[in-house]
Design a protein around this ligand. Structure first.
Ligand code: ADP
Length: 531
């Protein structure tokens, strides 16, 4: 790196003296500033940092001593070393005045070049050293502040890691608890079904088991969704949907929880359809999540209001309750993953603390925003989703959405699953809605049976003894007589990579266990409408 030049100031009223000084002092890295008077010298001193001033003593107007005194008088120039050039040799009186004015040395005219060079080069070297020291000091200061910053950052990360670790532990404990919760009533329900002959009681118990199972499935779905979202793997299946239909299906899902809390739900939704270009399942999941929270965090007999309002090219969907409310301090944090308000101080109602994090991200994927508001503890809460409206408005979408799950024509199914209860219950369910079902429990039997009965639909588990579901699909797909058969993979693995593997093997559809009756009916409807 080139060094910054060192400046010497030369002051003499005679141009030829300045020239000869310049000739004697010239060296690399040195810039000589020349002034013909005290005033010129002061001007130069305002512009430059000077390592040494060589001042002629005898000058008309301001003489060298007066100039030196002025230099000493200001902080900027007060420490500049001064060498006086004087002809009045060895006059003690003058020397004394010179030192008083701040001289570090005198050089007598006629100037001896060696004396001049050696005395001045001391100041050149000294200034260079000072410069180097200064730049080392600057570098040290920079690295010290960088170290400070890194230390503060690593402390912050440390704190965040500790907090994440604490939340993870808390989350695992909550997860175990939450997964176990629905299992107890399901097990009890089974026992009651085994013992009870009372038809009404059995119906109640079955409904209860259905609700608990749905709860369990939702917890697991949410968990998977969170992990998919954080890996950027959620793909929206967008279509034109009306806000009203999404609200209807959300209310349907949340109704049992709202009723269980004896809450009153008021809907304030415009009659004319508001259209969104959105994933219907996700939108209804978002709304029902907020409704569930409203039901969970409101003491029994509360008021819940769900409204939809069109507002500049968008819709605001708001869920308001008069429940336990949220403190100002917690409000910004409730959307964080695994955050739950302190369970000791509020009536925590179970859950994993992932619902709102998931909802917020799903809303963002749709290009919308989610906001929470509350006036404080026991003052209720309002969650508002804002979503952009679509500019398209089909007439028939609402009708399609309302169709029930029963399929139009009976189909011939081959259900393949080595989990015998799973295969049997799927078979019973399909038969109840009018389809014909054959069951196989391993891959080889599946291939043989398929060749015999030529099913319309093969519902195939993947992990099978003999041949895997993928191999069964590949073998049958290669035969021309199966070109109209629809192959559905049914697995416990819902990641995009699992779906891709299924599609690569030739499957037409991929569903994740346990598929609900409604979802399965919707899939069959799709399949039949494409036939
Ligand atoms: P979970 O309900 O599983 O705990 P969420 O992510 O859905 O997780 O909510 C996070 C936290 O936000 C809840 O634990 C609760 O403390 C608070 N919260 C959510 N909705 C409401 C509401 N309507 N009223 C009061 N508090 C709420």
């Amino acid at each position: 790196m080139p060094k910054t030049p060192v400046h010497f100031l030369l002051v003499d009223d005679l141009a030829e003296n300045l020239l000869s000084l310049e000739g004697l002092l010239r060296r690399d890295g040195l810039v000589l500033l020349k002034a013909r008077s005290g005033t010129e010298a002061l001007e130069l001193l305002l512009q430059y940092d000077v390592a040494l001033a060589l001042l002629d003593v005898q000058m008309p107007g301001m003489d060298g001593f007066e100039l030196a005194e002025m230099m000493r008088g200001t902080a900027r120039t007060g420490r500049i070393p001064i060498i006086f050039l004087t002809a009045g040799a060895h006059d003690r009186q003058r020397r004394f005045r010179g030192y008083e004015a701040g001289a570090v040395d005198f050089i007598y005219k006629p100037i001896e070049p060696d004396v001049l060079r050696s005395k001045t080069s001391v100041f050149f070297d000294l200034y260079r050293q000072q410069q180097e020291l200064q730049s080392q000091r600057d570098e040290l200061a920079v690295s010290a502040s960088e170290n400070q910053r890194l230390l503060a950052e690593s402390r912050k990360y440390g704190d965040q890691l500790r907090e994440a670790d604490r939340r993870k532990d808390e989350f695992l404990a909550t997860l175990a608890h939450e997964l176990r919760n629905p299992l107890a009533p399901i097990r009890n329900g089974l026992q009651i079904l085994r013992m009870s002959k009372d038809e009404a009681m059995s119906t109640n118990v079955r409904d209860m088991m259905d609700r608990q199972l749905s709860h369990l499935v939702r917890l697991i779905d949410d968990l998977l969704d969170v992990s998919r979202i954080s890996q950027g793997k959620i793909a929206l299946r967008r279509g034109l949907i009306s806000v009203q239909s999404a609200i209807d299906s959300a209310v349907e899902v949340s109704r049992p929880l709202i009723d269980a809390g004896r809450h009153t739900l008021t809907l304030d939704v415009p009659k004319d359809a508001l259209w969104l270009n959105a994933d219907p399942i996700r939108i209804s999941q978002i709304i029902s999540n907020l409704l569930n929270n409203a039901a969970k965090y409101t003491p029994e007999g509360g008021q819940i209001r769900l409204s939809a309002t069109a507002e500049n090219n968008g819709v605001a969907i708001a869920v308001t309750d008069n429940g336990i409310g949220i403190t100002e301090e917690m409000l910004p944090r409730i959307f964080d993953l695994f955050t739950q308000v302190d369970q000791k101080t509020t009536q925590s109602q179970g859950g994993l603390g992932i619902g709102l994090a998931l909802v917020k991200q799903l809303v963002a994927l749709h290009g919308g925003t989610l906001k929470a508001a509350s006036d404080g503890l026991d003052k209720g809460s309002t969650f508002t989703i804002s979503l952009p409206l679509s500019d398209q408005k089909p007439a028939d979408v609402a009708q399609e959405e309302k169709q029930d799950g029963v399929s139009a024509a009976p189909l011939n199914f081959l259900v393949v699953d080595d989990n015998i209860p799973s295969a049997q219950t799927t078979g019973v369910m399909l038969e109840m809605i009018g389809h014909k079902v054959t069951i196989a429990h391993d891959g080889l039997a599946a291939v043989a049976l398929a060749k015999e009965i030529h099913p319309d639909i093969m519902l195939l588990d993947i992990g099978l003894p003999g041949l895997t579901g993928y191999e069964v699909c590949q073998q049958l797909k290669a035969l021309p007589e199966f070109k109209n058969t629809v192959f559905i993979a049914q697995t416990g693995w819902g990641q995009e990579s699992d779906k891709k593997q299924a599609f690569d093997a030739g499957f037409d559809h991929h569903v994740v266990k346990p598929i609900s009756f409604q979802e399965f009916s919707a899939l069959l409807r799709d399949i039949q409408s494409q036939k």
